[in-house]
Structures are given as structure tokens and as C-alpha cells.
Design a protein around this ligand. Sequence first.
Ligand code: HEM
Length: 455
Amino acid sequence: MTATARPPATPRPPATAPSTDTALPGPAGDPLLGMALPLRRDLLGTLHAGFARYGDVVAYRVGPARGPHRLVVALHHPDDVRRFFADTEAFTRRTASYRAVRELFGRNIATAEGDDWRRQKRLLQPLLTRAAASRYAAVIEEEAHAAVERLGREPATTIDALRTTERYALRVLSRTLFGDDRGIDDDTVAALERLIPVVSRQMPARAKQTVRLPLAWPTPRNRRFAATRSALHATIERVLARAPEGDGPGLLSQLRAARDPAGGEPLSEREIRDQALMFLLAGYTTTSAALCSTLQLLGCHPEAQEQVAAGGEQWADAAVQEGLRLYPPSYVLGRRVGAGGAEVAGRTLPPGTGVLVSPWVTHRHPGFWRDPERFDPSRFADAHARDERPQHAWFPFGGGARACIGRHLSLAESRSFVRALLERCRIESLDADMPMDQLSTIRPSRPVRIRCRPR
Ligand code: HEM
């Protein structure tokens, strides 16, 4: 899906008196199924078309018009996006998607709720702050240069950017997990490369099931899901068994050494396993997809590429942020309205309503982005342009207290790779477009061919 459309002007309609029937604008859809099929087949295309036609708040009915049906409301204005993340009572994570994540990855910081989440946050937050992530700068630099070195010194080399960035992201993640250059062994790399595409498909598929039977029921689908989970656990347990004992710079040692400042309790071995698994999955597919998209965009825009190559860290950062704007790996985020209902556009959404925000759509909002489809790293290099924009016009890492805990590490990884590559090469994308699959994250649906020529 690459097409874009222009939505109506940004000013918000004046708030009217709250009422219980939502009567929010949106497509009628099929009399029996509503918008169930378009949302299932092409979520991004449907959300973007809805935004183009109805504006910042769009309601989608799932099910028959006359009879029991579900409501899904998409919010595209940065003010609503901010509330979506801030008001965790009104917008809860009690969704089918998070349940599927929990079924596969257990109870970790991303899937925990309430006090349990607050405890895990106290234990994990200090490990990945900007300052903490900067401890890995040397490892990241080393891996970035090693990855570029591996391209060889031929006059021209064509790479599959996704494969290259996946290998790089996995190397960096394994060295930050371990804290030394042993990293993850080849068997584990191969196992992860096999498992990740499976997980990326199975998780959203389980979340979309109309009838989700308990995993204990041995249906063929449940058996496949359970087999993936066992394979993931076996893989991470192999990683943990090789992890260095005692104190060390690696995230795994620090997870083991972490103590809750509010009582001194450590994480259980089970929790350490589930966090490590979450770091691996949350940090690998996302960072590699983001970096791959940035390379594709730079390869299509030689002028911007030269500006970035000459602009040092600031412009490499700006290119990565602009890549995350146009291709945010976490392209749609969902919540369910809590017991007290939620206020949106002067209406009260009843408990249980599905609510979506889409970085993909809001990152193309013409009220906040001039010429939104154009790749322009100066949007982020220019401090004035940056400060003019509302904070939630750009949210590839989510927002609020539950914003991405790995964002500093991920940005450092991508920035270092872009700098190391452009220092050494001019790159050219061999395909103008980059079709994407909509899985648990967006992922190029075919190899991303990029030609690298030494400078
Ligand atoms: C480009 C790379 C990345 C992107 C686009 C990304 C995106 C996101 C988003 C959007 C959320 C919030 C989800 C929500 O609100 O529903 C999130 C949460 C999270 N991310 Fe990332 N992420 C990236 C890299 C990483 C890395 C490298 C790690 C780990 C090392 C990581 C670990 C996590 C964890 C643990 C959470 C849950 C935080 C919480 O609930 O408190 N992510 N990420």
C-alpha cells in the first residue's frame, strides 16, 4: 500500500454536548459485516481512506447494522493521540492483540498491567535510559563498521537491505544482551530467522480470530501456535544458558542484578526469560525494518543522501527519524475503552469500544506535515520545524508512560549504521517502491535491492 490521499482541513469541529450514541462519522460498509472485511484485508489502506474522507475521528462498525456489532474508532489528531497514550483508564491494553503477545511472550513489561507493570518498569527503565543506552555506543559503532566492511570493496555491490539490516540488528542486540562479543551463536541466529516471520504472522492472525479457543484445545491452529511458543522458549533458554554469570555490562546480567527500589525484590528467572524474549522480538524486527526503509529512501533521494552524508550525527539522526515517519514499523496501535467509557470528539465511547491510532496515517497528516509523502530529513534536522510540531504528530515509539523502552538503543543503532554506510558508499535503490506486508510490524514484502558504490 503506497497510495496517499488529501484529508479535509485540520481545525477541529466545536465540541457538542456529550451523548451516548456515538454517531461518529465513518463508512457504512456492508449491511451484515460492516467494515470487518476491509479492516481485515487492508487495515492501513482502510484507515487512510477513512481519514481522507472523514477526517481526524472515524468510526468503523464490525458486524450487522441491525443487531449486535462492535465499534472501532480511529483517532488521527495529535491531541487525541496524546490522550490515547496518557489516559490508561479510558484506553486500556485489554485487547486481543496484547492477549496474543502475552500468550507467546509471557508476562513482561510490555504485557503486564497495573502494579505489576509499575514494578517491572522500576526494575527495567534504568537499564535503557538514554544514558544507559549510550554505554553500548562503542559496541554499536563496531558492529556498524563491521557490517559495512562485510559489503566488501567491489566497485558496486547489490545488497538485500532487509537481510543486511536484520543481521546487523541481531548482532547488536545479542552483544548488548550479552555485553561481550560472543553474542548469539549461529544456531540461535538461524532459529530466530526461522521463527520471527512465523511469529509475525501467527500473532496478528490469533488476535483477528473471531472465535479464539483456549490454547489448551488441541486444534491444528492452536498446536502450531503452541509449537512456536515452545520453539521461542527453547531458543531463549539456550541464550540464557550461555549468558555470563554475575555482574556484567550486558542487559542479561543487569536483568539478573536488578532489584526493585521499592522493596529490593529481584525479577524471577521466568520474568528474566520473558523480558529477554520481548527485547529480542520487540527490538529486532522493528529496528531492522526501520533502518531498511531509511536506506531505501536515501537510495531514492541522492540529494538528501549527500546532505546526510555531509551532515554528521545530526543529519543521520534526522534521516532515521524521517524514515520512521514514512515507514513506522508499529503502524497501528490498539486499545479497548475501559469500564468508565472514553470521551472523544464530544462523544462518549461505550466500554469495550476498540480504539486505534496509526503512526502511518498521522505521520501523513497535512495539517502537520507539508507535502507529507516527500522524504525530507530537514523536517527533523531543523530545530525550529521540529519545535513547531505538536509532540504527537510523530510517535513511532508510542507515547506516555508506556512509550518504547528501547527507543534510545534503536535510534543509536540506526544512526551509526547510516553514518558508517554513507561514509564509505553512495547508495542507489534499484526499485522505486517498497511494498509492505502488514504483520505484527510492517515488513517489506520482497527483497529491498540497494546498490552500494564506494565513495
Ligand atoms: C524502530 C524500533 C522500534 C520501534 C518502532 C518500537 C515501537 C514501539 C512502540 C510503538 C511501543 C508502544 C506500544 C503501545 O503503546 O502499544 C513500544 C513499546 C516497547 N518497546 Fe519498542 N520499538 C522499537 C525498538 C525497541 C527495542 C530496541 C526494544 C528493546 C531493546 C524495545 C522494547 C520495547 C518494550 C519492552 C516496550 C513496552 C514498554 C511498556 O509497555 O512499558 N523496542 N515499542
